[in-house]
Design a protein around this ligand. Structure first.
Ligand SMILES: Cc1cc2nc3c(=O)[nH]c(=O)nc-3n(C[C@H](O)[C@H](O)[C@H](O)COP(=O)(O)OP(=O)(O)OC[C@H]3O[C@@H](n4cnc5c(N)ncnc54)[C@H](O)[C@@H]3O)c2cc1C
Length: 532
């Protein structure tokens, strides 16, 4: 007899909601969280400038109409402290904290075929057993520090944005080096530049950034919006990205150039990445179409940055717009007009070493008091692979995923009975509004467990055939788009030695949700159901 019905790992958006949904379904649940607080991404990433890039009205839970009416977001794109407060409020409002054990890392999870239960070991040596094991470890939680020779000799301080000190960091008057110019680097840089004596931005790959046009959410607009929140949430669930976007519905290549410029300019003025990419139907599938939006964006960089040579270095050219996460910032490019900001081009002069006093490239030495790594994550599979997960016959998940992570419907791995992965490989996850994708997965998992109980089953596992077919479909859809063209973290290119596999489902949140619903309604084809 298991100690619990369900063990959940992680207490971010996914873990919090899993605890609530599964407990509400009458199950006994405990979540283990490595961090000292709940919130996941929003607990750890407390660097200055951290904020969401999906609007708060979308990037929030929809499961409770009361919650969404009660809670007021202050801004269109709230900053990290507010999102963390929101998640704390959710935990308190639904009485979840007693069921979440903080400061506890899950180190191993082993399936016992004889007993049909999972034995879950934590870093304090405790072992707990459960009928079901739910991974809510996060797609972007295993952070990466690049292995730079000499980093241990650096006499200044260094920080990774995903492990930012809770008490904050004062860069006033300091010489700071920033490594990493993705979404996070672009958010943190202007904040550091505003106070530091010098900011050196070490850039290997320039990125596209669209403006946020962040603004307060005025009470009147909020009231008007909230009066149709339920309908809006339904539209979001049926949408492509998990956010209802109004596009032209036409290919950009068929449009007169002046109309294209007008459409892009309007969306540039309105801000936000998703409306931009959703403007035309061919932007993410046709290179020639993508070149149109790319040139529009490069023109915006050129008109913002005073020094033409710096502007050219900031212009991305090596990957299609949107094939890496489209960054959002109101002040990143303009920051390069400040006298205390220097762009260092690592393509022409790569980093060579860190020493006591700073960083060297192949052509210069930069004296630094602090280094900020905004170098991202071992995405999608990294955090789960850090747990020794063993399924049927002791097979290790890490071995099964040696050629790349895979899961039927992005939620269940073959050979790992009664284990579910929230926003796992093969689901829309990081290419969607994740709050919505998390809810959809958690509810599907809850309903699947409910189905087993109602029909006298004790176990469920994806079949290898179903997993193979699903991942083949995921790959086929991905390769009909421009996404795999980029050396991105979506494809594992940021982690040395990681297999280069595109495992995110780009067929759309709405169609994906329908497929999951169909499988559930048909009695879970593609899964082997077993008696207890
Ligand atoms: C800076 C930043 C901004 C983002 N902005 C957006 C946005 O605007 N819109 C969007 O859709 N997405 C955004 N994301 C993606 C974001 O990760 C998800 O939206 C969402 O927060 C993920 O929630 P989660 O619960 O799945 O994972 P997480 O929030 O990552 O939580 C996972 C938790 O699991 C814990 N954990 C991991 N392994 C173990 C273990 N072995 N034992 C115990 N605990 C463990 C971790 O400590 C972590 O707290 C952003 C990500 C980052 C990093």
């Amino acid at each position: 007899m298991a100690d619990l019905d369900v063990v959940v790992v992680g207490a971010g958006f996914a873990g919090i909601y899993a605890v609530h949904a599964l407990r509400s379904a009458g199950l006994t649940v405990r979540a283990f969280e490595a961090g000292g607080g709940i919130g996941g991404t929003w607990f750890w990433n407390s660097y200055p400038g951290a904020r969401c890039d999906v609007e708060s009205k979308d990037y929030s839970f929809s499961f409770s109409p009361e919650l969404e009416q009660e809670w007021s977001w202050s801004e269109r794109y709230p900053a990290q402290p507010e999102i963390l407060r929101y998640l704390g409020h959710v935990a308190d409002r639904f009485g979840l904290r007693p069921h979440i054990q903080l400061n506890t890392r899950v180190t191993a999870a082993v399936w016992s075929e004889d007993e049909a239960l999972w034995s879950v070991t934590t870093d304090d040596g405790a072992v707990v057993t459960a009928r079901f094991f739910v991974s809510a470890v996060g797609c972007l939680s295993a952070y990466q520090v690049p292995s730079l020779p000499g980093l241990e000799t650096f006499e200044g301080s260094w920080y990774h944005t995903a492990r930012w000190p809770a008490e904050g960091v004062d860069f006033t008057g300091k010489r700071v080096g920033l490594i990493g110019t993705g979404s996070t680097g672009i958010q943190v840089a202007p904040e550091v530049a505003a106070v530091a004596a010098e900011l050196y931005v070490f850039q290997r790959t320039p990125n596209y950034a669209v403006p946020n046009r962040n603004r307060p959410w005025e009470p009147e607009a909020e009231r008007a919006f909230k009066s149709r929140y339920r309908e809006y949430r339904k539209e979001a669930r049926e949408s492509f990205l998990g956010v209802p976007i109004t596009g032209t519905g036409r290919p950009v290549l068929d449009e007169p150039p002046e109309d294209v410029q007008r459409t892009f300019s309007e969306r540039w003025r309105a801000g936000g990445g998703m409306p931009f990419l959703g403007a035309y139907t061919d932007l993410l599938v046709d290179q020639a179409a993508n070149d149109v939006i790319a040139e529009f964006m490069r023109d915006r960089i050129r008109e913002t940055v005073d020094d033409p040579a710096v502007a050219e270095l900031l212009c991305p050219r090596t990957f299609p717009v949107g094939s890496k996460r489209l960054c959002q910032s109101d002040d990143y490019y303009a920051m390069f007009n400040r006298p205390n900001v220097t762009l260092v081009d690592l393509r022409s002069t790569p980093l060579s070493a860190v020493s006591a006093g700073g960083l060297s490239t192949t052509s210069a030495f930069y004296e630094l008091d602090a280094i900020v790594f905004a170098t991202g994550f071992d995405a999608i599979s990294g955090a789960l692979r850090q747990i020794d997960v063993r399924g049927t016959s002791g097979v290790a998940l890490a071995d099964q995923w040696a050629a790349g992570p895979r899961a039927y419907l992005g939620v269940a791995a073959a050979g790992f009975p009664n284990m579910f992965i929230v926003t796992g490989p093969g689901s829309p996850s990081v290419l969607s509004n994740m709050a919505l994708s998390i809810e959809q997965h958690v509810e599907w998992i809850r309903d699947c467990i409910g189905y087993l109980s109602a029909h006298g089953y004790g176990t469920v596992q994806a079949t290898s055939d179903a997993e193979d077919a699903w991942m083949a479909h995921v790959t086929e859809v991905a390769y009909s788009t421009l996404f795999p063209k980029a050396d991105s973290w979506y494809i594992g290119a940021n982690i040395p030695g990681k297999p280069r596999v595109f495992t995110t489902y780009v067929g759309g949140v709405g169609p994906y949700g329908s497929k999951c619903d169909e499988v559930a309604a048909a009695g879970y084809p593609g899964f082997a159901l077993g008696v207890p």
